[in-house]
Design a protein around this ligand. Structure first.
Ligand code: ATP
Ligand code: MG
Length: 708
């Protein structure tokens, strides 16, 4: 979309040589007050420039939400706008007789989902899919929607149930600060970036009161525990304990004021999220008592001390590496905080055991300095990841309602947006794979389904093309061969991973797929996938190892020997050895990709069984500044989620879709003057037109009028 004019980039909004300026002039010549256009389908003509300009005009007068057909575009205000999220406004949306007459808002989407549940004879679960890039406002939006449901769902509660409902809602809302403390971190793009994906289902009973909720999480970025990119930070909880601990806690957790930890960079910056009291209170409400909290924070402190253990090179290969002089005290403290024997900790970090031969003899091999440090990091990652999963299961135990007490749910999906960095590896592949699946869901549910429905109904319609991402998904996950299957195959073969070899295999088997390419000028093995949101180059080096995510069995055994009651739960002693990556077992290897793929499949199944609603969060600028609308950045986000195609189809399509049942009920009077029609079945999809339309008394009307 960007043009090079005399060597300079120009934005689509600038006039002159810009190819989009013509569209803009046509648009500007119209009578519309741009900022008042609540729905992008009313923009005429619909082009990237006109859509962009409309959003910009609205943003400048503090209007952040705009409808785009079936989607709500949400611009991040990057400033407090409390009046937009106050309980009074929530109630206004809740009681509005005609929702569409109010300004577009996330509450419109929230309330519409709520009404859908109520209005159908058979309750149909709803999903709100919140997407957008990092910092665009997905988590903020999900949180506000949760508050919205807590407010409106309680307003229908009777005197007796009021307190119970309120207690449940408080717990559900309290899951947010806890999950954010453990799963969010300050990154270059967002000071409160979610480092995991989340799908929360709010469970409703027949009276539409919230009786509970359940959370499913995806792909926690556990490497952050032991590695933080320059200027980024570790998970918030580590800063909360080091800043917020009382003097007795400091003593118990070995966290003296001002102590320096290698895994705690940029701690001089204090963020709003550094509030320890809020997390502790929320944990308490969720049933995590003081003593368990104490265990958790002791373990976290143990991990911080573990990160300060550095090794010197050994003199020769037969010798173990020694911890650096100033690291010796950290060995003691780590062992005491994790309640594991100090000698066993040292042995595990520094010595690899190999079992071989018919007699299953055990050989000890001293690790190199780099290997010791990899094992140290691995110990921290596996402990943190299990702690996080355990917390999620405790939260679920505390907020999940008995199946008999709820009939339907509204799901809120808040997952990482599409990612494209200078270096992309397995993490980005998984995230972008998930985004492709969600895009396919959107395309199938809206862009394709709507047009196919028109065709099936014999309605006058000229097909609007849209980007179908099937070939990209075939490339990533298709059968019999795909990028995922090839990476998994490498793990199963368990040969020394060779990135060039994998690149050759990918090219030779998948070259017919148009979504695959390669940067031939790069000397590192790579492949490029043409995603719907743009091409991404992936580095192959390290991908296979990341996919194996190996945890040396000695590390698990070490933690199984802990006397700490929580670590004993996280690492039960009867647990089987993790992966048999040596290929001795016939069982399929459980890799990161295979686990992610199956959780994604489950998610898609759930989404397909619900009525979806879409909120696309947009970041007006990448610096988080209020009142700054960078057209170029917004345009690329609009393109990435296909907003313009959506608007096109919605604008050309039928704005109101009424089921035949409701239509008949409403216009029964008119029907009486015509020969009677067969009554349709009582259970009809909410927005699905039926064949009876063509035989209806309105058959002679133009398609649009026939549907309205
Ligand atoms: P990530 O993918 O990194 O988790 P995200 O899309 O979840 O990003 P949020 O954390 O929700 O992004 O939002 C980033 C920041 O933008 C928030 O911390 C908040 O400061 C601001 N913000 C987002 N939405 C709003 C809003 N509606 N009103 C005011 N500020 C907002
Ligand atoms: Mg987030």
């Amino acid at each position: 979309m960007l043009q090079q004019v005399n060597g300079q980039e120009t934005s689509p909004l600038s006039c002159g040589n810009d190819p989009l300026s013509e569209d803009l002039q046509v648009f500007l010549g119209s009578d519309f007050q741009l900022a008042e256009l609540d729905d992008l389908t009313k923009v005429n003509p619909v082009t990237p420039a006109t859509v962009l300009r409309c959003l910009q005009e609205r943003y400048q007068v503090d209007v952040f939400y705009t409808t785009a057909g079936c989607t709500l575009v949400a611009l991040n205000p990057f400033k407090p706008v409390p009046h937009l999220y106050c309980p009074e406004l929530m109630r206004d949306y809740h009681i509005a007789p005609q929702l569409q007459k109010l300004k577009p808002h996330i509450f419109t989407v929230g309330e519409q989902s709520y009404r859908n549940v109520k209005s159908l004879l058979e309750p149909v679960d709803q999903s709100i899919i919140v997407s957008g890039e990092s910092g665009a406002g997905k988590t903020w939006t999900s949180r506000c929607l949760m508050k919205f449901y807590a407010t409106v769902a309680n307003s229908s509660a009777s005197q007796e149930t009021h307190e119970t409902v309120e207690r449940i809602e408080k717990r559900v809302l309290d899951s947010n600060p806890v999950m954010e403390a453990f799963g969010n971190a300050c990154t270059l793009r967002n000071s409160n970036s979610s480092r995991f994906g989340k799908y929360i289902q709010l469970q409703l009973n027949r009276a539409q009161q919230m009786t509970g909720a359940s959370v499913q999480t995806y792909l926690l970025e556990k490497t952050r525990v032991a590695y933080q990119a320059p200027l980024e930070r570790n998970f918030h909880i580590f800063y909360q304990i080091t800043k917020g601990a009382s003097s007795s806690e400091r003593l118990e957790w070995h966290l003296p004021e001002g102590a320096a930890f290698h895994w705690l960079p940029n701690s001089d910056r204090t963020l709003e999220e550094d509030c320890f009291e809020v997390t502790k209170d929320a944990m308490l409400h969720l049933g995590i008592d003081h003593s368990t909290q104490n265990n958790i924070f002791k373990i976290l402190s143990g991990l911080l001390h573990l990160g300060n253990i550095h090794f010197d090179d050994s003199e020769d290969e037969s010798q173990v590496c020694q911890p650096q002089e100033d690291a010796k005290c950290f060995v003691m403290t780590t062992a005491s905080l994790l309640w594991i024997p100090k000698e066993e900790l040292m042995e595990t970090l520094r010595v690899r055991t190999i079992t071989a031969g018919k007699q299953q003899q055990v050989f000890r091999k001293p690790c190199s300095r780099a290997e010791c440090e990899t094992r140290r990091d691995c110990l921290a990652k596996v402990t943190y990841a299990r702690l996080f999963d355990w917390l999620v299961s405790v939260i679920n135990g505390s907020i999940c309602a008995e199946p008999s007490t709820w009939t339907t749910f509204i799901g809120l999906l808040d997952v990482y947006g599409f990612e494209c960095f200078p270096n992309n590896n397995l993490e980005q592949l998984c995230i972008n794979y998930a985004n492709e699946k969600l895009q396919q869901h959107f395309v199938a549910h809206y862009l394709r389904a709507q047009q196919e429905e028109y065709a099936a109904e014999g309605l006058e319609w000229s097909f609007i093309s849209y980007q179908d991402n099937q070939s990209c998904l075939d490339l990533i996950e298709g059968s019999p061969v795909s990028i995922c299957s090839l990476i998994n195959e490498e793990c199963r073969l368990n040969r020394p991973s060779n990135a060039t070899q994998l690149q050759t295999r990918i090219e030779s088997t998948l070259s017919s797929n148009a979504s695959l390419n390669r940067n031939k000028f790069s000397k590192d093995p790579n492949f490029i996938i043409a995603h719907y949101a743009g091409p991404v180059q992936y580095q192959i080096e390290g991908m296979v190892e990341k996919n194996k995510d190996p945890v040396p069995p000695e590390l698990t055994r070490l933690l199984q020997h802990s006397q700490d009651s929580l670590l004993q739960k996280l690492f039960p002693s009867q647990e089987k050895e993790p992966n048999d990556l040596l290929g001795q077992s016939r069982a399929p290897v459980v890799t990161v990709v295979s686990r992610f793929k199956s959780s994604l499949e489950q998610l898609m199944q759930v989404l397909h069984s619900t009525t979806p609603h879409y909120i696309r969060c947009i970041k007006p600028n990448s610096h988080g500044h209020a009142q700054r609308f960078r057209a170029k950045e917004v345009l690329s986000q609009l393109e990435a989620c296909g907003i313009v195609e959506t608007v096109h189809i919605s604008a050309a399509g039928f704005p109101i879709r009424v089921s035949f049942q409701s239509f008949l009920e409403r216009y029964d009077l008119l029907r009486k003057s015509y020969p009677s029609q067969p009554r349709p079945s009582s259970r009809l999809p909410s927005s699905s037109p039926t064949k009876e339309h063509s035989a209806s008394p309105f058959a002679n009307l133009s398609p649009k009028r026939r549907w309205c």
